[in-house]
Design a protein around this ligand. Structure first.
Ligand code: PEP
Ligand code: MN
Length: 337
């Protein structure tokens, strides 16, 4: 349930409501916005009276949340969440561009790509060091060495980093080298991993599973939020449908739907969403027009020889072209790049 405090409610009044919720067995999550403090009470209790809370001093209103996801619910933070990483904000006016190779392959590769994406205007470099590959015989990533290379290339080019964590045993490594931890589509329902990420105070980019509904995605986000880590971003990366003209079907409508269901920032990944580099640009344009808060794009200086996802990786010139086009589209929907 949600208790919305009046504008100007005192700390004593807020604490009084928190104490009351705790005494009834609720776990309390607090969100203090510019105008109102909202208290989210998560608990097994169903037969309580909202009126008992509405009469407490300083309370504006109180309601039950019907949706199964509570803290991810838009009503918990009506103004939206802004995730702050380094000096960037995700979920604010500027659309954040995260770009780089699918996998970190070697020092020369990551250094060249970091320069390319930084010059074109990306603020975050992506690159997997632990790769979830369909075949056990495919390149599995460089592990810690890859994370070190990514960090060094990012620092030299004043970029932040995002990299995938596949298992909870990898969390300490990822935390020490990366700024944002990515949970891949195949791990969207790895509940022990999500629970562990909830204990961190580090931003998480949670990708939609290949056959997951938006409600399932939000419930996975809820695992992280309920542990107290509120810095979660959702990522639409295409879903599996009967259509096979593209690798996945990029669900552009997920972007506005998620914005109405949740306060969490929404990132779009047109690279995995389509699987083909010639389709990345139009889907990136569509995602920004549909109000995505950021994009995740695969870029490679030599895609024909990439160790993973070459077919969907943009050439440097294509990425620069994409950035130029997005700079025209973003202002039309009240955003900047
Ligand atoms: C990736 O970002 O390279 C990746 C493996 O993505 P997904 O989990 O969406 O397939
Ligand atoms: Mn990839």
């Amino acid at each position: 349930m949600l208790v919305v405090m009046q504008e100007g409610a005192t700390e004593t009044q807020i604490q009084n409501v928190i104490d009351r919720l705790v005494s009834m067995g609720f776990t309390v999550h607090r969100s203090t916005g510019v105008r109102h403090t909202v208290l989210g009470g998560v608990g097994p209790l169903e037969n309580f009276e909202t009126a008992d809370f509405e009469v407490l001093d300083g309370v504006k209103e109180c309601h039950r949340i019907i949706a199964p996801y509570k803290l991810a619910n838009r009503s918990f933070r009506p103004a939206g969440t802004v995730v702050r990483v380094g000096d960037i904000e995700i979920g604010a006016a500027r659309v954040v561009i995260m770009a780089g190779p699918c996998s970190v392959e070697n020092p020369d590769q990551i250094e060249r790509i970091a320069e390319v994406v930084a010059r074109a205007g990306a603020t975050v470099i992506r690159g997997g060091a632990f790769k979830p590959r369909t075949s056990p015989y495919s390149f599995q990533g460089l592990g810690e060495e890859g994370l070190k290379l990514l960090r060094a290339a990012a620092d030299r080019n004043k970029l932040l980093t995002v990299s995938e964590v596949m298992d909870k045993s990898q969390i300490p490594l990822l935390v020490s080298y990366a700024d944002i931890l990515q949970v891949g589509a195949r791990n969207m329902q790895n509940f022990p991993l999500l629970t562990e990420l909830g204990r961190l105070r580090k931003p998480v980019l949670l990708k939609r599973g290949i056959a997951a509904t938006l409600e399932e995605l939000l419930l996975s986000a809820e695992y992280i939020l309920s542990g107290g880590n509120y810095d979660v971003m959702l990522c639409e990366r295409g879903i599996r449908t009967f259509e096979n003209a593209t690798r996945n079907t990029m669900d552009i409508s997920a972007i506005p739907v998620l914005h109405s269901l949740t306060h969490l920032p929404v990132i779009a990944d047109p690279s995995h969403g389509t699987g083909r580099r010639d389709k990345v640009l139009p889907m990136a344009r569509a995602a920004v027009a549909a109000s995505a808060d950021g994009l995740l794009i695969e870029v490679h200086h030599d895609p024909d020889h990439a160790l993973s996802d070459g077919a969907q990786s943009l050439w440097p010139e294509q990425f620069a072209d994409l950035m130029g086009q997005l700079r025209i589209i973003a202002p039309a929907v009240g955003r900047t790049i």
